[in-house]
Design a protein around this ligand. Structure first.
Ligand SMILES: [Zn+2]
Length: 471
């Protein structure tokens, strides 16, 4: 059924007078609608079930992307000799509430209840037994040496206590068995909920740091008075590894300085099937978000691989787990194939599948945070039809993978044509709703813009006071 939105798209598709001029400006390398459409139709197919991070379907998408790059003559820049960069993520599985048992001096046991007496604030998941309780009432009472057999009861606010611990050189308490903090003087009311947590990067701290516990009510008073001598603690959390990959290709230039072109190929997966209506669509296909940007980056990579050799080296990053908090890109930034200091700029692509009437309509890209750098002005000066971000209140500059680069001080912005359509993150973000004419025009403009960066015609710079890393 055609939505009002689909009808608008038809109206916006009518070619405008600007198009022939754009075509003249476009370089000899052709980016074709048919290729862009084929990528989107595969990535956004029901078969890929919404490309959730950790799913076999997302890994299938990764292999597809690697294959397209390889066949396009792009060099691999992932792990080993391949295009894939494994991104180590873990997620927590909780099936039972955390358990704690306390013992007084005489060895008398006191069982306590999760939620009312204590809650778990995070930290490592390994069970600990027979930890000696050490009371710390001031920064100067922290043990001089780490002690895996000690549970520190740090008798101050959690944030203050963590500062004491960090400034004593123990970071998040590494080397101790557990950290406990006073909570409310009344029993807590939080309830245990079984479930699977969000994927997160498997930093060393996720496993090696001690569990952090808050104690409430009567228990808090008893800890303060030194009533307990020992404790056992079982977080009852299992860590499950999540298998997922960034896909990275490279086109070597004359120099080693790098421009990174990126898009995220993950999406948010499928909902639970409706038992009363098993035919109901539950797959959030993510055609616009961000199969469209991914298709564009693939075609840019192929175009650069067969075009003239660029001045700078180009990396093409198709990132995983953007929807989980830019995790794939954060991992890339900690493990770049070329040292980060050589990265001059990141141009990211997010949702370019539908025209944005507020930003000039079909074939017209806009740049997030356009006022922050010299890029937008330079594109306009070169006659490339890229508009400003007309919805600054939406904060798009901070809402995609470019922001992770920007936080490291690298000039990084996103090209988009997102028009705030209501299919965003819904089962209706389907390949049929995209305008592939529009995408082709945008991808060609993107190539022209990217060429200026790749050939060093534009030297990317933050405008005065606009680099978010320096605040
Ligand atoms: Zn997105």
């Amino acid at each position: 059924m055609p939505s009002l939105h689909a009808l608008c798209l038809v109206a916006l598709c009518i070619p405008t007078a600007a198009r022939p001029q754009d075509a003249q400006r476009a370089p000899a390398v052709e980016i074709a609608r048919v290729d862009l459409e084929a990528h989107v139709r595969f990535l956004a197919s029901d078969e890929l079930r919404g490309r959730d991070t950790g799913s076999e379907e997302l890994n299938r998408a990764a292999r597809y992307l690697a294959d397209v790059l390889r066949r396009g003559g792009v060099e691999p820049a992932g792990d080993g000799d391949g295009f894939l960069q494994a991104v180590p993520l873990v997620r927590e599985i909780r099936s039972e509430p955390p358990a704690m048992t306390l013992f007084d001096d005489a060895g008398v046991e006191k069982a306590v209840e999760y939620g009312a007496d204590f809650t778990l604030l995070g930290g490592g998941v390994a069970p600990r037994e027979g930890l000696r309780v050490v009371i710390v009432r001031g920064e100067d009472e922290l043990p001089a040496e780490p002690d895996e057999g000690a549970a520190l009861y740090v008798a101050t606010r959690y944030s203050t206590g963590m500062k004491w611990i960090a400034s004593a050189g123990y970071e998040s308490g590494e080397g101790f068995g557990a950290l406990l903090f006073p909570g409310s003087s009344r029993p807590g009311r939080s309830r245990f909920r079984p479930g699977v947590g969000r994927p997160r990067l498997d930093e060393a701290g996720a496993v090696s740091s001690p569990p952090r516990v808050r104690v409430n009510g009567d228990l808090r008073a008893r800890f303060q008075s030194g009533h307990f001598a020992k404790l056992d603690l079982s977080p009852n959390v299992e860590l499950e590894r999540v298998e997922t990959y960034n896909v990275i290709g490279r086109v070597s230039g004359e120099g080693e300085d790098v421009i990174v072109f990126s898009a995220h190929y993950d999406h948010i997966g499928a909902g639970e099937p409706d038992p009363d209506n098993p035919e109901r669509d539950v797959i959030r296909n993510g055609a616009d978000d961000d199969a469209s940007g991914t298709a564009c980056v693939l075609e840019l990579a192929r175009a650069f691989a067969r075009g003239p050799k660029p001045a700078h080296t180009l990396l093409f990053l198709l990132a995983t787990a953007e929807e989980k908090g830019l995790l794939g890109t954060h991992y890339y930034l900690d493990h770049p194939p070329v040292p980060l200091a050589r990265t001059l700029c990141n141009l990211n692509f997010e949702m370019i599948g539908r025209p944005d009437s507020q930003a000039g309509g079909a074939g017209r890209l806009w740049l997030t945070g356009h006022e922050r750098t010299n890029l937008h002005e330079a594109f306009v000066e070169a006659g490339i039809p890229i508009g400003p971000d007309v919805r600054p209140e939406q904060n798009f500059f901070q809402r995609s993978d470019n922001f992770a680069f920007a936080l490291r001080g690298i000039v990084a912005q996103t090209l988009s044509t997102y028009n705030l359509h209501t299919d965003y993150h819904r089962v209706t973000d389907e390949a049929d709703t995209l305008d592939y004419e529009h995408m082709e025009t945008c991808a060609r403009a993107a190539y022209a813009a990217s060429r200026l960066l790749a050939d060093g015609v534009i030297v990317p710079e933050w405008n005065e006071g606009m680099n978010p890393a320096r605040r």
